[in-house]
Design a protein around this ligand. Structure first.
Ligand code: NAD
Length: 436
């Protein structure tokens, strides 16, 4: 897939370009390490059949990619989407490796996907798909090997089915830690539902307080536009609004709505709940998803799918700050345009790390048979997100200070975040001496 300016919109190509760019700022790495860090450790393909409700049988294709597990078991969501591909899942698994490293949680990176359209499947069909997928994955997933979580169009119910299936296959032991994002009753952590959105808020506030976005020093009074109102986008909307932001536009897969005087999040969510979309909310303008990205605002939060800000439309972004709640929403060509236009991008591997941080908390609670109060989860999440932003900012300043490029090109926060992650992972790999 390509944009009209011939830029690849293949997420794996994007992920590799991002990695290559960051390497230019990372300093010398031991020979052989680059290849090792860049490529997935393992990719599992499975095909399985389930009966549909009408009695027919359909075969589905699923994959699970383990990108790296040097720092701990693989960690990453499972996505159900008709367009999910091996490339997309491999890229998302790599993002998880960098994300867990920069958040400094003891996991590696993994991701899974099943090619299916949940909007056309019943709950019973989704349950059968999930159970069969887990059976096919067998012992490649487990509390100390590879731990799934929710992603696009999978939720806590999906995680409950994963846990139950794995538990039936492995009786007589505590299996809760095999999957995170579970319902609270099954060992889910308080605060997991809104962790990614809350982490975005924590990271954004830290970045703004550090003066890293010229002309914007806080969320209070900032005009915010959000693409995607799922688990992440809806939480980000509520939490930003709670901090005094004005929500000037929101969208979902069917389109968006905008009001420069500010939308009421409760009314937006109630309308979406009733009708399935934000489109049609009374007394506000209807906009397209492309128009949402170009809305006059201070903070733009892409919280849906990848590559939505690319070489074709990056110049139309009016925000001063893009907070990447989604994974991979901005392409390398767009990164260049945004940097040249003084638009700061808080990269996905930092911005949306709150989900995996609270997943880590859930995993710890499960292993220790503990239940942490919400206040403790939120306090520890904030500490982790702020540390990730501080680490990224410190390396950003370090590479900016040492920048003597003749063409005058400067690093981005994405480069800095990746350098933090690459250094952390390289350090572990070399200390483990994995070369035998
Ligand atoms: P979700 O399935 O709950 O919501 C996705 C939202 O995106 C929905 O509102 C949907 O209508 C909207 N959407 C779908 N296609 C769209 C399109 N073409 N244009 C505009 N909107 C569209 O998913 P989620 O869990 O909120 O995940 C959203 C993004 O955040 C994904 O990139 C995911 O990888 C990333 N992410 C999620 C988590 C998490 O904890 N759930 C953690 C880290 C990153």
């Amino acid at each position: 897939m390509k944009s009209s300016n011939e830029e690849s919109l293949d997420l794996l190509v994007v992920a590799r370009q991002q990695f290559d760019r960051a390497l230019e700022w990372a300093g010398e790495l031991k020979a052989g390490l680059v290849d090792y860090l860049k490529n997935p450790k393992r990719t599992i393909h499975v095909r399985f059949s389930i009966p549909l409700d009408d009695g027919s049988v359909r075969t589905f294709h699923g994959f699970r990619v383990l990108h790296n597990h040097a720092r701990g078991p693989g960690k990453g969501g499972i996505r159900y989407h008709p367009d999910v591909t091996e490339h997309e899942v491999a890229a998302l698994a790599a993002f998880m490796t960098w994300k867990t490293a920069i958040a400094d949680v003891p996991f590696g990176g993994a991701k899974g996907g099943v090619v299916c359209n949940p909007k056309e499947l019943s709950q019973a069909e989704l349950r059968r798909i999930t159970r069969r997928f887990v059976i096919e994955l067998g012992d490649s997933i487990g509390p100390h090997t590879d731990i799934p979580a929710p992603d696009v169009y999978t939720d806590s119910q999906t995680m409950a089915w994963i846990y139950d299936t794995y538990d039936v296959l492995h009786p007589g032991q505590n299996n809760h830690a095999v999957v995170t994002g579970k319902p609270i009753e099954l060992g889910g952590s308080l605060g997991r539902d809104e962790a990614t959105g809350r982490g975005c808020l924590n990271a954004t506030e830290r970045l703004l307080a550090a003066g890293m976005v010229p002309g914007l020093d806080g969320i209070d009074g900032a005009r915010v536009a959000i693409q995607g109102l799922g688990q992440v986008g809806a939480a980000a909307m509520r939490l930003c609004h709670g901090r005094g932001a004005k929500i000037v536009a929101v969208s979902d897969s069917r389109g968006g709505v905008a009001d420069p005087t500010g939308l009421d999040p409760d009314a937006v969510l109630a309308h979406k709940h009733e009708t399935g979309s934000v489109v049609g909310l009374p007394e506000v303008a209807t906009i397209t998803n492309d128009e949402l990205l170009a809305v006059d605002c201070d903070i733009l939060i892409p919280a849906a799918l990848e590559c939505v800000i690319n070489g074709d439309n990056a110049a139309s972004v009016k925000a001063r700050l893009v907070v990447e709640a989604a994974n991979g929403p901005t392409t390398p060509a767009a990164d260049d345009v945004l940097r040249d236009n003084d638009v700061v991008v808080l990269p996905d591997i930092v911005a949306n790390g709150g989900g995996v941080v609270v997943s880590y908390f859930e995993w710890v609670q499960n292993l220790e048979h503990q239940r942490w109060p919400l206040e403790l989860v939120e306090e520890r999440l904030k500490t982790k997100m702020e540390a990730a932003v501080d680490d990224m900012a410190a390396v950003y300043r370090e590479i900016l200070d040492g920048n003597d490029r003749e063409d005058g090109s400067a690093p981005t926060l994405r480069d800095a975040a990746l350098v933090v992650a690459i250094r952390r992972l390289s350090d572990v790999v070399l200390k483990r001496d994995i070369w035998m």
